[in-house]
Design a protein around this ligand. Structure first.
Ligand code: MG
Length: 368
C-alpha cells in the first residue's frame, strides 16, 4: 500500500466567544485549522487535522502547518501509511521539529491503519472496549464571579471536572480566584488551576503558599526548570503542559522527581504515534494525565479521545473537547461528543470521522 495523494484544506474556525488565557494576556477569537486527506493506491483514505490554538499559545502556526506539509509531502508520498514509525522517521528526517504540522499526517495514517485492519483506534492503542472518558470544562480567565458563572454553565452541560484558567501579575486576584472556585465546588466536582505559564516562580510560591486548596496546578511558569522550583516547594500536585515537546523533555521532567502528571496533546507532540509513546511512558512511571488535543474540530478531538479511552484509570484524568468552543461545527454529529460530562470514541474502524469535504471548498493544496 502506498500514499498517492495528499489533499489539504484550510478551515477558519471562529470561537463562539473570545477566550482568555494566562491572566488575560492571551486572547483567542478564531483558530486556523488544516485538514488533510491521504489517499492510497488501494482506495483507502485517511483524515487528519492540525490546529494550533492561535499563534500565541505554543510555538505553532496555522499557516506554518500548511507550509511544513508542502515540505513533508515528498517524504510521505509513495510510503506505506501503515508503517507509522517509518513515516514518522521519514518526516523527522525531511523536516526536524514542527510537530504540530506532522500531527495531521500521522493521524491520517492511523485512520488508514484502522480501516485496513477493521479496528477502531482505541483497540489498536490497547483497549478491549471503548471506555467512557470523563470530560473537563475549560473556564476562561476572568474575575472570580465571572469564572463561577462559567462553571455553572459548564455544570449544566454535565461537566463535573473543570479546568480554570488563572495566572497573571495580580497575585491577589489569583488567590481570590482559587479560593472562590475551590471553596464553591461541591465534593463530587474537581478543578485544575491552569496557569498557562503566566507566573514567575516568586508569584507561584506566593499564591500557592497563601491558599488552602490542594487542587492540581498546571504549568505554573514558562520553563521546566521554573516549574521544578515551584513543584518542589509547594503542597499542591503540579502537572506540566506547554513545556513538553520532545521525548527528551518528558525524560528531563521525570528526572526532577517533583511532578505528578502531564497533559498529552497529539498536536503538541507530533501526532498519535508520539502521544501514545508518551502515554505509555507516563503509565510506566506513574504519572496522571489528561489526554486531549490543542484545538480544532471534532476530528482532532476524536483522535485524542481514542487514545484517552485506551488509557487505564486511575492514571487517566479528564479530557477536553475543543470543538465545544467553536461557533460552527463542520462535522456535526460525528466523532466524540459530550454526553453529559462524558464521551466515548466511535466503535467503527479507524478514526471514524468522515468529513463532508463539499463544506470546505477547494483544497488549498494537492500533492501527488
Ligand atoms: Mg494547559
Amino acid at each position: 500500500m502506498k500514499i498517492t495523494d495528499i489533499h489539504v484544506w484550510q478551515l477558519e474556525l471562529p470561537l463562539s466567544k473570545p477566550y482568555y488565557l494566562s491572566g488575560g494576556r492571551l486572547k483567542f477569537e478564531c483558530l486556523d485549522s488544516t485538514l488533510v486527506r491521504l489517499d492510497t493506491d488501494q482506495g483507502v483514505s485517511g483524515w487528519g487535522e492540525s490546529c494550533p490554538w492561535g499563534n500565541t499559545y505554543l510555538p505553532a502556526h496555522g499557516a506554518g502547518a500548511r507550509a511544513a506539509i508542502s515540505t513533508l509531502a515528498p517524504a510521505v508520498l509513495g510510503r506505506d501509511p501503515r508503517a507509522l514509525e517509518d513515516i514518522n522517521r521519514a518526516m523527522q528526517c525531511q523536516l526536524p521539529g514542527h510537530p504540530y504540522a506532522k500531527s495531521a499526517i500521522d493521524i491520517a495514517c492511523w485512520d488508514i491503519l484502522g480501516k485496513c485492519t477493521e479496528q477502531p483506534l482505541w483497540r489498536l492503542m490497547g483497549a478491549e472496549s471503548a471506555n467512557e472518558v470523563a470530560l473537563n470544562s475549560s473556564i476562561s480567565t476572568g474575575d472570580p464571579d465571572e469564572m463561577l458563572a462559567l462553571i455553572e454553565q459548564a455544570r449544566s452541560a454535565g461537566y463535573t471536572v473543570h479546568s480554570a484558567k488563572i495566572g497573571g501579575d495580580n497575585t491577589a486576584l489569583d488567590i481570590a480566584r482559587i479560593n472562590a472556585i475551590s471553596g464553591a465546588l461541591p465534593s463530587d466536582e474537581s478543578v485544575t488551576f491552569d496557569v498557562n505559564r503566566a507566573w514567575t516562580p516568586a508569584d507561584a510560591l506566593k499564591v500557592l503558599g497563601s491558599v488552602d486548596s490542594r487542587d492540581w496546578i498546571e504549568q505554573p511558569c514558562e520553563t521546566l526548570e521554573q516549574c521544578r522550583q515551584v513543584a518542589k516547594a509547594v503542597a499542591q500536585p503540579v502537572l506540566l503542559d506547554e513545556c513538553l515537546h520532545t521525548d527528551n523533555d518528558h525524560l528531563q521532567a521525570w528526572k526532577t522527581g517533583v511532578f505528578a502528571g502531564l497533559k498529552i496533546k497529539p498536536n503538541r507532540l507530533g501526532g498519535l504515534t508520539a502521544a501514545k509513546r508518551m502515554r505509555d511512558l507516563a503509565l510506566s512511571i506513574g504519572w496522571c494525565m489528561h489526554i486531549e488535543d490543542v484545538g480544532g474540530t471534532a476530528l482532532a478531538d476524536t483522535a485524542a479521545i481514542h487514545l484517552a479511552s485506551s488509557t487505564p484509570e486511575p492514571q487517566r484524568l479528564a479530557s477536553w473537547l475543543g470543538h465545544a468552543h467553536l461557533r460552527d461545527d463542520p462535522l456535526e454529529g460525528q466523532g466524540a461528543r459530550n454526553l453529559g460530562g462524558h464521551c466515548k470514541p466511535p466503535e467503527l474502524p479507524g478514526l471514524c470521522v468522515e468529513p463532508d469535504e463539499s463544506l470546505f471548498g477547494k483544497p488549498v493544496a494537492r500533492y501527488r
